[in-house]
Design a protein around this ligand. Structure first.
Ligand SMILES: [Zn+2]
Length: 53
C-alpha cells in the first residue's frame, strides 16, 4: 500500500491510493494536494504525445 507523507514535515498522513485529495497535516498544519498515480501517468502520456507531434 502506498504511503502518503507530509511534504513539509514527513509525517505519515494516510496509506492507500487517492485520485485527488486535499489534506491538512495534523502535525504542522501544512495543506497539500495529493494526486494519484493514474492521473500523473496520463499527464506524462500527454507530454510524450506533444513531443512527437
Ligand atoms: Zn506536516
Amino acid at each position: 500500500m502506498k504511503r502518503n507523507k507530509c511534504k513539509k514535515c514527513g509525517r505519515l498522513l494516510f496509506k492507500g491510493e487517492a485520485k485527488t485529495i486535499e489534506i491538512k497535516c495534523p502535525k504542522c498544519g501544512y495543506i497539500q494536494n495529493i494526486q494519484g498515480d493514474k492521473q500523473r501517468d496520463s499527464q506524462k502520456r500527454v507530454d510524450f504525445l506533444k513531443r512527437i507531434v
